[in-house]
Design a protein around this ligand. Structure first.
Ligand code: BGC
Length: 516
């Protein structure tokens, strides 16, 4: 379809944008789905560094690490068996998100959250009681399925429930819960590692049942979103829900837009085939590139391996664990910056500022580490001041991620898809994210061993690419009602030509201004 960028169209709708108690509470409960993901990210690094855990499940890895003291600092933690344990969860989540897509679309968002919490709960129990590797891996797979379901449904739920003007803020509740989960896991590991008797790891693993239980019970009391209710044919219930969520009787206009979106949605029988159509190319591109970019910021090198990384650059045991708690706190606190500013400054400003800040920090950390260890990685003692400088720049890097790619990597994909491909699109987002989380978890220690301090420049290079990409190709989506997002694409200098005029439903909508 021709036209595109030349047609200046805009939905221009003003829906109610109030923060009602109802919307706040439902979003708060739903956001707790992020806890299970965060807990996983934070827990495995610490557990796999506990001697008793290694001796029980990975004795050969344990012996290898004991022996490897004499090798280069960059290589002493490199062991693929162990990283496979950490990263297998992300593969399970990847596969699960495709099943979650159907559950989310056909049965509603809340049931995906519920199944997610439930499988996670069972996985946690199995892991805590593990007597052999099979139980451990089965548990990990169940946890992964839980994460796949939750990450597929929670961001969609939040973006659909929230009024447009508060969507960024409410959606980022999910990321906030991820960071709380990571920090809680770090602190718990810090404590259980000191338990004499060698069963501390069981506590770390079984405590995953707490966030699992929270979201499972939470999902049971949550209402479904108006969008999903209409999609499944419950129009009256949807209207009542919309009034309740928005805290006003005046929801006619928004309701009509939801119905239009839903009619489109019902006409689509095969969302997976549909998403490949040219008209969805902008959204598909984002669903693949945003999660990919989020992972190649290198953030999970810090999240998974902070203790290892800090040990590598010369910190002692306690200092290394402490430093990872510090980065965990910075990660959580800095998320509030995006909560406060995302609906005012917009997504692009945060992406661009965060990208520049991350890049500068990566270059500095790369230089600091390179200067001390060179390419040989021979052991050197870092002075206190030098070590503090490294931690300082890592914290600046983490905070930039925490207000840019962290939250926006979940927010933006959840708000850009039209209803008919929303579930499918979100599955692609989750699975790409999990795939690259897996890859990073799997190959990082190996990369550190071979690329040495160059690793920081490697991720820095990607940050440069993604920041440039955002500046040219991501339109601003703040304050735009979710079912009106098509206008944003239509107005974009590059993506506009992909959107056919029929996709705008000019005849069914009001307040559309078509400029020559
Ligand atoms: C990412 C995770 C990351 C976390 C750190 C999330 O948005 O998806 O991979 O570990 O942020 O806070």
């Amino acid at each position: 379809m021709a036209g595109g960028a030349a047609v200046n169209v805009s939905g221009g709708k003003e829906y109610s944008g109030k923060m009602t108690n109802f919307v706040f509470l439902t979003c708060l409960v739903a956001a707790t789905g992020g806890l299970i993901f965060g807990y996983d990210i934070g827990i495995s690094g610490g557990v796999t560094s506990m001697e008793s855990f290694l001796l029980k499940f990975f004795p050969s890895v344990y012996r290898l690490q004991e022996k490897s003291d004499s090798t280069s600092e960059y290589c002493k933690f490199n062991s693929e068996m162990l990283t496979l344990f950490t990263s297998s969860l992300y593969l399970a989540a990847l596969v699960a998100s495709f099943f979650a897509s159907t559950v989310t679309r056909v049965f509603g968002r809340k049931w995906s959250m519920f199944y997610g919490g439930l499988t996670f709960l069972v996985g946690a129990a199995l892991n805590g009681a593990a007597e052999n590797l099979l139980m451990l891996i089965l548990g990990r797979i169940l946890l992964g399925i839980g994460v796949g379901f939750a990450n597929q449904s929670v961001p969609l739920y939040l973006s659909e429930m929230a009024p447009a003007k508060l969507r960024g803020m409410l959606n980022i509740g999910f990321q906030l819960m991820i960071t709380i989960g990571i920090l809680a896991a770090n602190l718990i590991n810090y404590w259980t590692a000191q338990i004499k008797g060698g069963w501390g790891w069981r506590i770390s693993l079984v405590l995953a049942a707490v966030p699992g239980g929270i979201i499972a019970v939470g999902a049971l009391v949550l209402p479904d979103t108006p969008n999903s209710l209409i999609e499944r044919g419950h129009e009256e219930a949807a209207k009542t829900m919309l009034r309740k969520v928005r805290g006003t009787e005046e929801v006619e206009e928004e309701f009509r837009d939801l119905v239009i979106a839903s009619n489109d949605s019902r006409a689509v029988k095969h969302p997976w085939q549909n998403i490949l159509q040219r008209r969805y190319r902008p959204q598909l591109t984002m669903a693949v590139l945003i999660p990919f970019f989020q992972q190649v910021t290198g953030i999970n090198v810090i999240m998974f391996y902070a203790p290892v990384l800090f040990k590598t650059v010369g910190f002692g045991n306690q200092a290394a664990l402490m430093s990872s708690v510090i980065t965990g706190v910075v990660n959580m606190v800095a998320t509030f910056v995006s909560i406060i500013s995302v609906d005012k400054l917009g997504r692009r400003a945060l992406f661009l500022e965060g990208g520049v800040q991350m890049l500068i920090c990566q270059i500095i950390v790369g230089i600091l580490v390179g200067v001390k260890f060179g390419v040989t990685g021979a052991e050197t003692e870092l002075s206190k001041g030098y070590a503090a400088l490294v931690v300082f720049f890592i914290c600046l890097y983490v905070s930039a991620f925490a207000w840019s790619w962290g939250p926006l990597g979940w927010l933006v994909p959840s708000e850009i898809f039209p209803l008919e491909i929303r579930s499918a699109g979100q599955s692609i987002n989750v699975s790409v994210n999990m795939f690259f989380t897996f890859i990073i978890a799997q190959v990082f220690l190996n990369m550190l061993c071979h690329m040495k301090f160059g690793l920081f420049f490697f991720f820095g290079g990607w940050v440069l690419v993604m920041t440039t990409f955002i500046s040219f190709f991501l339109p601003e989506t703040k304050n735009v009602p979710i079912e009106e997002m098509v206008f944003v694409w239509k107005n974009h200098w590059f993506w506009g030509k992909f959107i056919p005029n029929e996709a705008l439903h000019i005849e069914s909508r009001t307040a559309i201004a078509a400029a020559p």
